[in-house]
Write a protein of this length. Structure first.
Length: 180
């Protein structure tokens, strides 16, 4: 049949140099977690000892650091698409960041993060940025149903109910009841 591809010939499992090349190519777009790199190398058919050697070498070179990845991910979220702490932590867990690294990120004081004044530091500031981006210059709605939809939007972004109520009140809605 025209247009059909011939099946690929099975590839040899990569050796140590090949696995390192695959991993570096994978790291070329953004930082990755140890778990993501391990999955990628397994998909390429690398043997366990080759994977372990490649991951050890990448960690030695400083390309593989789950703590640095967690900081990078949280900063990117703050910069481009603010999310609540709960959602950022869930995204980190999905990417294989170990719980200890997430705990260290949570305990990290704001002074150690990049000195960029435009990045929100608190959960309330993140919610304000997310609300502003969501409204895109429009006014906060007056009717109760529309206001609840805005509150639910923020909750789906990982903000807790208390933060949502506070940011909506701060936006000028003091008549909000306890259900966002």
């Amino acid at each position: 049949m025209p247009g059909r591809r011939a099946p690929r010939a099975p590839r040899e499992p990569p050796d140590a140099a090949g696995a390192l090349e695959i991993a570096l190519h994978f790291l070329g777009t953004r930082p990755r977690t140890r778990w993501e790199l391990e999955r990628r190398l397994r998909a390429a058919g690398a043997r366990d000892e080759v994977i372990d050697a490649a991951l050890a070498r990448l960690a030695e070179l400083g390309y593989l650091d789950d703590d640095a990845f967690a900081r990078y991910w949280a900063e990117q979220r703050d910069r481009h698409a603010p999310r609540g702490r709960r959602l950022v932590e869930a995204e980190l867990r999905q990417r294989g960041v170990p719980p200890e690294a997430i705990e260290r990120l949570r305990a990290e004081p704001p002074e150690r993060r990049p000195e960029d004044d435009s990045l929100p530091e608190t959960e309330l500031q993140r919610a304000q940025v997310a609300l502003t981006a969501h409204l895109r210059g429009r006014r906060l709605p007056d009717d109760r149903k529309a206001l609840q939809r805005v509150g639910m939007f923020l909750m789906r972004r990982g903000f807790d109910a208390e933060t949502v109520r506070a940011v909506l009140r701060q936006a000028g809605r003091d008549t909000i009841d306890d259900s966002p």
